[in-house]
Design a protein around this ligand. Structure first.
Ligand code: GLA
Length: 384
């Protein structure tokens, strides 16, 4: 059993003074390519990582959820299970649980009260979807505990709707990979049809995550603004979503939109193409091609979508240079901080680490955290 699972069980025992009967777990994710394409009905290619959220639980025979958040200094919350759920004024972490509970109640399903202890090891604000891990682990727990039989993709959709309840109009990528990830594979997800293709991480390649330790926050603000800009571009182009547009269509309507809207759309349209090409590169183990695509993705996020920050751009260049100026590296996640992802040969890891140690702190005034991981399975539930 992983550390977080054991910790959740132990915390449950000491807080509720009894044994938990259920254990739910869901991982965070790293997105290899396909950023801000999900809410444009496009393509993404994330994989689940070896860090996640564990919840130890037991039915409590009431209509209340009683919750202990081990990582939030042992903070607690208690809320009534109802469609008329209110957000907690200050406990953001609990609002994910309130949102998931409300969304399941909205389906007229009967949710039973539980005592739960939550423990996670996805670094917060690192762009690795700690919130999706929490939503999916909790949604799947409710589904099993209340015998609701909700399938994992629907759990993911509930998690996405919970984000909207809280204030972030996110896409479906994070919750889907957290729910449906497969060991050793990245997931090529069509965010319109939700069609899934599990693509093996090529043998002899490793996924490295580097947390810039500049925290990102996506609720509201810049994230929702990007989404609005994309929707505006789609409407000018006369398409349902940017997934349906081509560069030719965009060029033809260039004079009808401002430069910002044009560049936002150009990022999404070209990024969708890069994801589909990256699937092929992955299948063939073509690291050079992957490097070209991932760096192009980074530049597009930096110049057209404007969601990178200097610390992240600097980190990408440090890693690229350590890899001889052609590494497969880019920012991952929603942006404005968070992490960088690289795909590389295991024997290259040490020189990348050395370069980061030597150069990043000077540039960013803080240290980066290096996270070596592998592609993992999605959500699990067990009876204890
Ligand atoms: C966040 C959102 C996702 C996705 C990414 C950007 O992680 O939750 O839905 O839009 O940003 O690709």
């Amino acid at each position: 059993m992983t550390d977080v699972k054991t910790k959740a069980i132990e915390a449950f025992k000491s807080h509720f003074s009894c044994e938990p009967t259920m254990l739910s777990y869901a991982p965070g994710r790293v997105n290899l390519i396909g950023e801000h394409t999900d809410y444009n009905d496009g393509f993404v290619m994330p994989c689940a990582i070896g860090f996640g959220t564990a919840i130890a639980a037991k039915l409590n025979g009431t209509s209340l959820m009683r919750v202990l958040a081990v990582d939030i200094n042992g903070d607690t919350d208690e809320f009534l299970i109802t469609k008329d759920m209110l957000k907690h004024e200050s406990k953001t972490w609990s609002n994910y649980l309130r949102g998931v509970t409300k969304l399941i109640c909205d389906k007229n399903l009967e949710v039973k009260g539980m005592d739960v202890a939550i423990c996670g090891d996805v670094p917060l604000g690192a762009g690795l979807s700690s919130s999706a891990a929490l939503e999916v682990a909790f949604g799947n727990l409710i589904s099993h505990a209340s015998n609701l039989n909700i399938d994992l993709q629907d759990i993911a959709l509930i998690g996405q709707a919970a984000e909207a309840f809280i204030g972030c109009k996110c896409g479906i990528m994070d919750q889907t990979i957290s729910a449906c990830g497969k060991e050793g594979c990245a997931l090529r997800l069509d965010c319109r049809s939700l069609d899934k293709l599990h693509v093996k991480v090529p043998q002899g390649l490793e996924v490295l995550i580097v947390n810039s330790n500049v925290k990102h926050a996506l609720v509201g603000g810049e994230y929702n603004e990007r989404r609005e800009q994309c929707e505006k571009a789609a409407s000018i182009l006369g398409v349902k979503a940017l997934r349906d547009a081509t560069l030719e269509m965009l060029e033809a309507k260039k004079s009808l939109m401002d430069d910002t809207t044009f560049r936002r759309a150009r990022h999404v349209i070209t990024e969708d193409d890069r994801v589909l090409e990256a699937v092929g590169a992955f299948e063939q183990g073509d690291l050079d091609k992957l490097a070209t695509l991932m760096y192009a993705s980074h530049c597009s996020m930096r110049d057209d979508f404007e969601i990178t920050i200097p610390e992240i751009d600097g980190l990408v260049e440090i890693i690229r240079e350590a890899l001889g100026g052609k590494g497969a590296v880019r920012m991952t996640g929603g942006g404005f901080g968070g992490s960088v992802v690289a795909v590389l040969k295991p024997e290259e890891v040490s020189k990348v680490k050395a370069a980061i140690d030597e150069r990043y702190e000077k540039l960013a005034g803080r240290k980066a955290t290096i996270i070596e991981t592998r592609a993992c399975n999605g959500a699990t539930f067990i009876t204890l």
